[in-house]
Design a protein. Structure first.
Length: 86
């Protein structure tokens, strides 16, 4: 088995535990807000930030490592409010 084969197996396993969510966030009004939310979410183990814009974010996260409450708390700590998750 080559090195590439091992990576493919790990990638498949990781993707099976990842869930994509759209987050609606209140209180964001500028690029600084976007960067604050992105920075906070990026620090969470098990979270991949796909996109952050004013008022929303799209992330992938590993449900075995992180909860929606942990995500909401991180956004709150950045100074904003998570209002919905899709």
């Amino acid at each position: 088995m080559g090195k590439g084969d091992v990576f493919s197996v790990n990638e498949s396993t990781t993707n099976n535990t990842m869930k994509t969510q759209e987050l609606k966030i209140e209180g964001m009004s500028c690029g600084h807000c976007v960067m604050s939310v992105k920075k906070g979410l990026s620090k969470l183990a098990g979270v991949v930030v796909e996109d952050v814009q004013i008022g929303k974010a799209r992330i992938q996260f590993d449900e075995t490592k992180i909860s929606n409450q942990m995500i909401a708390d991180t956004i709150d700590e950045a100074g904003y409010k998570l209002v919905s998750v899709n």
